[in-house]
Design a binder for this molecule. Structure first.
Ligand SMILES: O=C(O)CCC(=O)C(=O)O
Ligand SMILES: [Fe+2]
Length: 419
């Protein structure tokens, strides 16, 4: 099945979903009301907090479920002023019933993880099966899939891809052999760096020459050449059009070139730019994984450029790299940066405007508020790489505290005071 155009057009919402907002208070009041009159109130399948409590409780003390009887006892006593009509065996049955419900909720969760894994695998296989046909129609893009690139030396590899300033500062020529080398790791081959077998380390003086602080906590760095950005845009447009023609498959909603078999660009951006530079810029962050996608914008959104603007948000990332690809003549589409997540007040937020420059990447932590102003003319493409780290800020906080902007986790089930 092919998704309808309407489903793939976003118009600036995060994740391009249509959202209906309820206030948090109404939501939880309603939920509480429906659960409170229900003697059998444990609902791990519909109430995530119940599932969490049961799991955490299980972890923390033995016989967790035995304690749950007290709720029934006290209700019985206040309502009837008599002893509970529940017998011991009723209580045991309830415990067993709750355990069964917990097991079921966990099985359902595992099932949906499995279904998602199968869906993703199937979807990627389908997309990859279409690539040979795409390359028949568009042979000019063959080199993007050419894995032989990995065997090239750095000189051939980066020719035409990198911004001249990056190339000049990061590469050097071996005077004896004449081969181009990465200054930071002179002995390393393209394949070793892109696979992560050899780690790149930047020194501060090199970074000082390359980086500019565009506004507080947002750094820019020249990465890709203008010509390569143009080629990338042509590739993205052609892929979009190719997939849009095919009514038998669901097209990728956001283009991740890696999911279509082009992994070297992401590997380069992660291993040469994001990982080693973040260590210096963002408090010694060591990044673990990355996910990239292309965001396309136009004054009149369509399937190639589905957004017109982007609402204020923070990213699902520890550090984000946002490389502006162009087009050359787009107007509007400024990036506005606000405060860090959680520092937002009810008053109008102070923002800094940054004009994206073609080929330049912006590096910022994902929890910095940002938005994209409406495009007024032309098309605008951004190559976004989100990264995460299992040892840094986002991974240290439970998702519930994160989403609720809790600074002090004491009120959350994950906090040390919870018992
Ligand atoms: O298009 C941009 O410059 C920013 C996109 C972005 O912030 C996002 O997709 O999360
Ligand atoms: Fe973002």
């Amino acid at each position: 099945m092919k998704a309808s155009n309407a489903a793939t057009l976003g118009g600036g919402e995060i994740n391009e979903k249509l959202r209906t907002f309820h206030t948090a208070t109404n939501d939880s009041d309603e939920k509480r009301a429906s659960l409170v009159d229900h003697l059998d109130g444990f609902q791990p399948q519909i109430c995530k907090a119940h599932l969490w409590h049961a799991l955490e409780g299980f972890e923390r003390y033995p016989n967790y479920f035995h304690r749950w009887k007290s709720r029934i006892d006290s209700r019985e006593q206040t309502e009837d002023h008599s002893l509970s009509c529940y017998s011991e065996s009723d209580h045991s049955e309830k415990e067993m019933h709750d355990l069964l419900k917990l097991e079921q909720a966990l099985r359902d969760t595992a099932d949906s993880v499995r279904r998602e894994r199968e869906r993703i695998t199937q979807q990627r296989t389908t997309w990859m099966q279409k690539i040979p046909q795409f390359l028949q129609e568009y042979p000019q893009f063959r080199k993007f899939w050419d894995v032989a690139l990995y065997d090239e030396d750095w000189g051939k590899w980066c020719h035409g891809i990198l911004h001249p300033k990056l190339q000049e500062l990061v590469f050097t020529t071996n005077t004896t052999t004449g081969a181009t080398q990465l200054k930071a790791c002179p002995e390393a081959t393209v394949a070793q760096i892109l696979s992560g077998a050899v780690r790149v380390e930047w020194n501060i003086s090199l970074l000082t020459k390359l980086l500019d602080e565009e506004c507080s906590d947002v750094f820019s760095i020249p990465i890709l050449s203008g010509a390569f950005c143009r080629e990338l845009i042509q590739l993205i447009r052609s892929l979009r059009q190719f997939f849009a023609q095919d009514t038998t498959i669901e097209p990728p909603r956001f283009f991740s070139l890696s999911h279509l078999g082009i992994t070297w660009l992401d590997d380069f951006l992660f291993r040469v730019i994001l990982y080693p530079i973040s260590i210096h810029l963002f408090d010694n962050i060591h990044l673990d994984w990355y996910h990239s996608f292309v965001a396309g914008y136009a004054a009149q959104p369509n399937c190639v450029t589905p957004r017109q603007f982007l609402v204020p948000h923070t990213d699902d990332s520890e550090v984000t790299l946002n490389v502006c690809l162009g087009d050359e003549d787009f107007e509007g589409g400024l990036l506005e940066f606000g405060p860090m997540r959680g520092q937002l007040t009810k008053t109008k937020i102070q923002t800094d405007k940054v004009q994206p420059r073609i080929g330049y990447g912006l590096l910022h932590v994902g929890r910095l508020m940002h938005q994209v102003t409406p495009i007024t003319a032309g098309d605008r493409f951004a190559y976004i790489v989100w990264t995460r780290s299992w040892t840094d800020t986002r991974a240290k906080q439970c998702p519930c505290c994160w989403l609720n902007h809790r600074k002090d986790a004491g009120t959350c089930i994950c906090g040390p005071q919870w018992n």
